[in-house]
Design a protein around this ligand. Structure first.
Ligand SMILES: NC(=O)c1ccc[n+]([C@@H]2O[C@H](COP(=O)([O-])OP(=O)(O)OC[C@H]3O[C@@H](n4cnc5c(N)ncnc54)[C@H](OP(=O)(O)O)[C@@H]3O)[C@@H](O)[C@H]2O)c1
Length: 228
């Protein structure tokens, strides 16, 4: 049977690249966006891609609506929350408005875990819940300290994910915190070392190899463990 992925935040960047790569690998894909994306629509021609619009992960009602809309489809082998932001990441968190820091934490840490909580019953046995984090979320690797609000939000996501996995100990699915590498997207910037296709190819390979494993791991796109 074909494997099934739900990719959350697929309008552009890594989410879009992941959809293209999962389709190329023969998966059935359901992809969500906040607003319609022509680039994503272009991938759906003659491909097993279902697109769900209006899904803002910061909106619990929108996530609940999505769950209702997908109630009749078979369970997913992989649920991947890709969406994330880096608003004013160059300004130290201590100098940013509370609103901006709070919004970064909501989107990058709180919302992905709430999405995982809303969808874990839709993960097939042996499947994975994957949350897009960053190496910048590693506390032990933090020497330079830049991008402090973003770093802290991804560190918070990592901790919330470990707690989530502990809370669901005994579940028949696993949790992967994924670092995609430094990738040329709107968020990663033009100086980043990887293109989207290389990162997505790596991540999909790592995740296909990880299916069936439980617990909570922090991996990069090459399958290397990232230190917490
Ligand atoms: N690029 C890198 O080097 C890098 C490195 C480490 C980690 N990451 C992580 O990888 C993920 C994807 O980043 P990217 O580089 O592809 O960035 P990107 O090109 O800026 O894309 C961000 C994506 O997240 C979506 N999004 C943002 N807020 C959302 C919300 N509240 N609800 C639903 N969707 C939302 C955006 O949708 P809209 O089009 O609607 O705005 C867009 O699809 C992020 O979690 C990021 O932190 C990236």
């Amino acid at each position: 049977m074909r494997r099934r992925a739900l990719i959350v935040g697929a309008s552009r960047g890594l989410g879009l690249g992941l959809v293209a790569r999962f389709l190329a690998r023969g998966w059935d894909v359901t992809a969500t966006v906040r607003r319609p994306s022509q680039a994503l629509a272009d991938l759906s021609m003659d491909a097993p891609l279902r697109i769900e619009a209006g899904v803002d992960i910061d909106d619990d009602g929108a996530v609940a609506d999505l769950r209702t809309r997908l109630a009749e489809v078979p369970d997913f082998d992989l649920v991947f929350v890709v969406a994330g932001i880096a608003t004013q990441a160059g300004t130290p968190a201590s100098l940013l408005s509370r609103e901006v820091v709070g919004a970064v934490f909501q989107t990058n840490a709180v919302s992905p875990i709430r999405f995982a909580e809303a969808f874990h019953r839709r993960v097939a046995p042996g499947g994975l819940i994957v949350l897009m984090t960053s190496k910048l979320g590693s506390v032990s690797l933090n020497r330079g300290g830049g991008w402090s609000s973003y770093r802290a939000s991804k560190a918070a996501l990592n901790t919330l994910a470990r707690s989530f996995a502990g809370q669901h100990k005994g579940a028949d699915w696993g949790v992967v915190l994924m670092h995609p590498g430094w990738v040329r997207t709107d968020l990663g910037g033009r100086r980043a070392t990887l293109d989207v296709e290389t990162s997505a190819r790596g991540m999909v390979g790592v995740l296909e190899a990880h299916l069936g494993q439980r617990g909570c791991v922090y991996l990069d796109h090459a399958g290397e463990k990232v230190p917490w």
